[in-house]
Design a protein around this ligand. Structure first.
Ligand code: SF4
Length: 389
């Protein structure tokens, strides 16, 4: 018989309601306040290497990525877009800089959206009418992607550097050009590598129109620094309801970007929390090696896809309390661990059996919930393999 894990019937609280925006489609994924905040990443393969690109897209999809972007710097890449857009199971956005001809190629290839950077497409403003028409004809949406590193030279001259006001002025100007031509299916980003400038820019932009916003701290850095910068800026903005789709930029494999993005959304209750390890930081009172215990339990349960809170506590101060609050937990002391399931001590085991007991109990609960996917998630089942045909 399934056990109740005490999941709340009401949705978990969020810090603020979503800012109301217009809705757009990026292929099959809706972007805007009526839709959940989506997670994006970008492939690192040469786009014209279709097999490698589709393989990476499959890995990103398995990790939970909702939308993927691919670079399109050459004719060969543009030519590959059609097959990639057709065979990817998540919408593909073509990322276009410098060459407007690739915008049209991407639209015709069936990409879900095209990212344009008005700051580095020569005479972009003159092309807006044609781009709007082609995008409209094909049901393709656009991202106006303003970036501090490639700001319109006119605005750079006016403001001296990429200030929040400069980024917003550039975005609003380009938005007005598309809207003048009756095209409204676009979202906007105003990225900067400084989370403070970035956050301020998005706050200002959010007051200027009802466009869906794509959040990103550009060039956020290596994994640790980039994660902190992105979490800080996204938490600040999403905590006010600002942001409809996110991309964490890391100098790390793109699957890591997806994991960080999902974790940020889960932390803000914008996505259902999955496995959550509540573990103490340990201190002089700890009677077990909490770090190792927490790591081993996390590793052992990484394929669990049900919402499950597991408490791993080092001593009896907060241990029993936290363990009781969790779905499953351990409070350690005197070389033993008291194992709790939904607040009840179900058994006491020697320290060396804590990890295996927790994992066994977690799996039993997950199975009883009837929700655990066969063999766990795709990441645990091994990297998916795609074949190009
Ligand atoms: S639960 Fe115990 S060991 Fe862990 S931090 Fe708190 S007092 Fe220290």
């Amino acid at each position: 018989m399934p056990v109740s894990l005490g999941m709340p019937s009401a949705p978990p609280p969020v810090l603020a309601p979503r800012r109301q925006t217009r809705q757009i489609q990026v292929g099959s994924v809706g972007v805007g306040s009526d839709h959940q905040v989506s997670v994006q990443s970008m492939t690192t393969t040469k786009t014209h290497d279709i097999g490698a690109t589709l393989q990476q897209i499959a890995e990103l999809t398995a990790a939970g990525c909702d939308i993927v972007r691919v670079a399109c710097p050459t004719d060969k890449d543009a030519a590959a877009l059609k097959v990639i857009a057709q065979q990817s199971t998540i919408p593909v956005i073509a990322d276009i800089h410098f060459q407007p001809k690739y915008v049209f190629a991407a639209i015709e290839a069936g990409c879900g959206a095209v990212r344009v950077n008005p700051g580095n497409i020569k005479k972009f403003d003159d092309k807006v009418k044609e781009i709007a028409q082609a995008a409209s004809d094909h049901g393709t949406s656009i991202r106006i992607g303003v970036n501090a590193g490639s700001l319109d030279p006119r605005l750079l001259k006016k403001y001296g550097k990429a200030t929040p006001e400069a980024l917003v002025e550039s975005a609003v100007w380009e938005a007005s050009l598309f809207e003048e031509h009756g095209f409204k299916d676009f979202k906007i980003s105003v990225k900067h590598n400084d989370p403070v400038i970035m956050a301020r820019a998005y706050e200002l932009l959010a007051q200027e129109g009802d466009w869906p916003l794509h959040l990103g701290v550009t060039e956020a850095g290596p994994e640790f620094q980039g994660t902190i910068k992105s979490a800080t800026a996204f938490g600040y903005l999403l905590g006010q309801g600002i942001g409809d789709t996110i991309r964490v930029s890391l100098s790390a494999p793109p699957v890591e970007e997806v994991k960080v993005g999902l974790q940020i959304l889960q932390s803000l209750n914008l996505r259902e929390r999955k496995l959550e390890i509540v573990s103490c930081p340990s201190c002089g009172r700890a009677q077990v090696d909490v770090y190792t215990l927490a790591d081993e339990v996390t590793e052992g349960l990484k394929d669990v896809t049900v919402p499950l809170r597991v408490a791993v506590m080092g001593c009896v101060v907060n241990g029993p309390g936290e363990a009781r609050e969790a779905d499953l937990g351990v409070a350690s002391g005197n070389g033993k661990g008291q194992i709790f399931v939904k607040g009840e001590v179900i058994r006491t085991v020697p320290e060396e059996q804590i990890v295996e007991t927790l994992i066994e109990e977690a799996r039993r609960i997950a199975a009883e919930m009837g929700l655990e996917e066969d063999g766990g998630d795709d990441a645990a089942a091994g990297a998916p393999v795609v074949s190009v045909h």
